[in-house]
Design a binder for this molecule. Structure first.
Ligand SMILES: *Cc1c(COP(=O)(O)O)cnc(C)c1O
Length: 492
């Protein structure tokens, strides 16, 4: 391997350690030293940090720089992960989020000293309400899943407030796994409803499971097949008639913003994933942000504090007797809000609409160009993502997993695979608006080439990837991690 190959065998940071070697030299302490045992109870103190590596500054920099090169991200290449909206995030929004006035703000700073931040949050709430057609927004939840949880608690609080709690939430079989999970966590029972032949929910199948004990229908629009739920209006009218709410998982807003408003389709409550659609990179474990928008009737139950504007002053209002309370410390992940605000301000209504439109065009372009090569279970105009299956290639013993691994050899991150669950061997491709036509063509050519290989030399595909780490036992790697790279033969 080349000497600068990040995969080449390098000692672990623990093996580089030499006793007494130091990476940083803290300046002399300018406050009186105290005996820690006199201030902190002994049970919270460690006598020794066992095995902590002692290395020089260049060693530590090289260690982390090398690790960063083992990574693949949207800044290194095409990342067509369906449902996750892995798009390029303009760096200018990062710059703005790191302005000192934002970065050094303390959450306990008095309101009169953080009017600018409160204004930004207040206006971001207004923009998100405008984009979705909702009446009020809270920015507090830290992720999409926590937004779902927040929304479901809000619905629960509404029914309890009227002395008539309801127990069921209906979730389509195409839903993201977080939907039934949040439902259970919020104390409801998740009831599955089947998706119809067209890949969308129909009123008739909904009627089979909906009753007076149903608090909400929780659906994703566009759904995780990338299809627009075209019966949404009659479905939401019916849910309302039955006294329930329509919750929309808004993680797929990248297909709708600037084009259609969920509020006008009858949706009562929605969460946004700012870390997917609104310019925060995600996938690295956060921070994220999952604001929740509601119609007026649910507003009293939103988490505290609410941000209020009176004349030119912004205040935090904790006086919300029917609120579900607090979901987390302070007000949410502020830096993500700054990026979303800056993104929306720069794009404007026309820019947001163009982003969604181009995302939809790109997905349909891929769908049309690949549908003679890969099986397309639902051959309809799609929104921001399209779903294929491995039906044609499986005749040669090549599966979705093999195709995904072979894409790595061609320099692409694989799409989302084996989801949604209702498509056997699903490959869910979301190109987003930020890829050039040339890059999308390269991806299409790679997919066609892999199909040719599947027919002519299936072993090549089945033994992929040949680059970097070979195919590993993924469950085993989590349970019994082997941190040392074991060269090209062994896997690691
Ligand atoms: C990503 C996603 C979620 C969960 O969002 P997190 O921020 O990862 O918690 C929920 N639903 C859909 C459709 C998603 O794509």
């Amino acid at each position: 391997m080349a000497f600068d190959d990040p995969f080449s065998d390098k000692p672990l940071i623990f093996e580089l350690s030499r006793e007494g070697r130091q990476g940083v030299e803290p300046s002399r302490c300018d406050v009186p030293e105290r005996d820690p045992e006199a201030s902190i109870p002994g049970e919270f103190l460690r006598s020794d940090i066992e095995g902590s590596p002692e290395v020089s500054e260049p060693e530590i920099i090289r260690h982390y720089t090398r690790l960063s090169r083992l990574n693949y991200g949207v800044d290194t290449g095409f990342y067509p992960l369906g449902s996750c909206t892995m798009k390029y995030n303009p760096k200018v929004n990062e710059d703005i989020a790191s302005f000192e006035g934002f970065l050094l703000l303390h959450p306990y700073q008095p309101e009169e000293l953080c009017q600018g931040a409160l204004r930004l949050m207040y206006e971001l709430e207004c923009y998100l309400a405008e984009v979705s057609g909702m009446d009020s927004v809270t920015l507090q939840p830290s992720a999409g899943a926590q937004g779902e949880f927040c929304g479901l608690l809000t619905i629960d609080a509404y029914f309890r407030d009227r002395g008539k709690p309801r127990k069921k939430v209906i979730v389509p079989d195409t839903a993201h796994g977080t939907n039934p999970a949040s439902t259970s966590l919020a104390g409801f029972r998740a009831v599955t409803v089947r998706t119809g032949k067209e890949g969308v929910l129909t009123l008739d199948t909904l009627k089979e499971v909906m009753d007076n004990d149903t608090a909400a229908l929780m659906l994703t629009n566009p759904n995780t097949l990338g299809l627009f739920e075209r019966h949404i209006k009659e479905i939401s009218d019916y849910v309302h008639q039955m006294g329930g709410f329509v919750y929309c998982d808004g993680a797929n807003l990248n297909a709708l913003m600037g084009i259609a408003k969920l509020g006008e389709m009858g949706v009562d409550i929605v969460q946004f994933n700012l870390h997917k659609t609104f310019s925060t990179p995600h996938g690295g474990g956060g921070p994220g942000s999952g604001p929740v928008g509601v119609k007026k009737i649910l507003e009293p139950y939103l988490p505290v504090p609410r941000i209020r504007k009176k004349d030119d002053r912004y205040t935090l209002d904790y006086n919300q007797p029917r609120s579900i309370g607090k979901l987390r410390a302070f007000y949410g992940n502020f830096s993500v809000m700054v990026k979303a605000y800056s993104y929306i301000r720069r794009m404007g209504p026309e820019g947001l609409k163009k982003a969604s439109t181009v995302a939809i065009v790109n997905a349909n372009y891929i769908k049309e160009r690949l549908k003679s090569t890969y099986h397309l279970p639902f051959d309809r105009a799609c929104m921001h993502e399209c779903v294929f299956s491995d039906r044609f290639q499986s005749q040669y013993g090549v599966t979705t997993m093999d195709i995904a691994k072979r894409l790595i050899d061609y320099g692409f991150h694989p799409p989302t695979i084996y989801f949604p669950l209702i498509v056997h061997g699903a490959m869910m491709i979301e190109p987003t608006e930020t890829e050039s036509p040339e890059e999308i063509d390269r991806f299409i050519e790679a997919m066609k080439e892999i199909d040719r290989e599947a027919r002519e030399s299936p072993d090549v595909v089945k033994n992929a990837p040949t680059r970097g780490i070979k195919r590993i036992d993924e469950a085993g790697a989590v349970r019994r991690p082997v941190l040392r790279w074991q060269g090209s033969g062994g896997g690691g």
